[in-house]
Write a new protein. Structure first.
Length: 273
């Protein structure tokens, strides 16, 4: 009789555990707005799964330009943003929409174009001078602009301003699309385009374009991660967003970033630590 009571008690406890466990085991989902460069490069495919497995937090990625990603954060449509436009990032924080911005990694921008380089920019380290040569080329050449208010587009406009040029005309193609799409359009037109090195390397197999201008200090391209402020948007999953930020900027997360390569080349250099 005593043994039967013990067995029944164990069965009841097991039944209760079976009913309760799914409540605590259910995945929590957060939304990350990030740039097309981090998505196109394939970095997130290796960076996020270990986090999701370790913390049981699923990350839904919204891949858009930096401007759109920050807007999603300011609207409270996502929980965290990972972008690359420091001035816009700082404004998001200063305006109270984002908190706890952290450096994550960096790479650089490059100007790529056809190997025969009809505009003759291959000897130019100065990126603004290279763009000036493209705009004033005697031969008809095209420049492809993302035209999407992304971090890359913001950098491009900054460089045109430095060159004292307002780009317009049939040679200037604004496509309103992401980085990979811009590279492919430039390739189709045998034109020039400003790209982040990571997406160029990840897309290189599809392109006939080569790097023609690089090394200008103005082409430095840092990435930052920001949690959406729960004081402005109480519904956001702030604690989970901070866990993601802590992971990406941890020794383990930074190691994954630093070891990520495409065709043997490092795409991003971690700088959180």
């Amino acid at each position: 009789m005593k043994n039967n009571i013990i067995i029944r008690s164990i069965l009841i406890i097991l039944a209760l555990i079976t009913c309760v466990t799914p409540i605590y085991a259910e995945d929590v989902t957060i939304k990350l707005a990030t740039t097309t460069s981090t998505e196109n490069s394939g970095l997130l495919d290796i960076l996020l799964p270990p986090f999701q497995e370790k913390y049981n937090i699923k990350v839904d990625v919204v891949s858009v330009g930096t401007g759109a990603a920050i807007q999603l954060g300011e609207n409270g449509d996502v929980d965290v943003v990972l972008v690359h436009a420091r001035e816009a990032e700082d404004k998001m924080v200063a305006d109270g929409y984002g908190i706890n911005r952290r450096d994550v990694m960096y790479n650089d921008f490059i100007i790529v174009g056809p190997a025969d380089d009809p505009a003759g920019i291959g000897i130019e380290i100065d990126a603004a001078s290279a763009l000036s040569k493209i705009a004033s080329s005697e031969k008809l050449v095209h420049f492809v602009s993302r035209g999407d208010n992304s971090g890359t587009h913001m950098k491009e406009l900054e460089l045109w301003k430095s060159a004292g040029i307002e780009p317009q005309g049939n040679w200037y193609l604004e496509i309103g699309q992401g980085m990979e799409a811009a590279l492919l359009v430039a390739n189709e037109n045998m034109g020039y385009v400003l790209a982040d090195r990571g997406t160029y390397l990840a897309t290189k197999d599809k392109l006939d374009l080569v790097i023609l201008s690089e090394g200008d200090a103005r082409l430095f391209n840092p990435y930052g991660i920001i949690a959406v402020n729960p004081a402005v948007h109480p519904h956001v999953k702030y604690m989970e967003a901070m866990q993601l930020i802590a992971w990406i900027t941890s020794i383990e997360g930074q190691k994954i970033i630093g070891e990520f390569k495409v065709q043997g080349e490092v795409l991003f250099f971690p700088n959180a630590i």
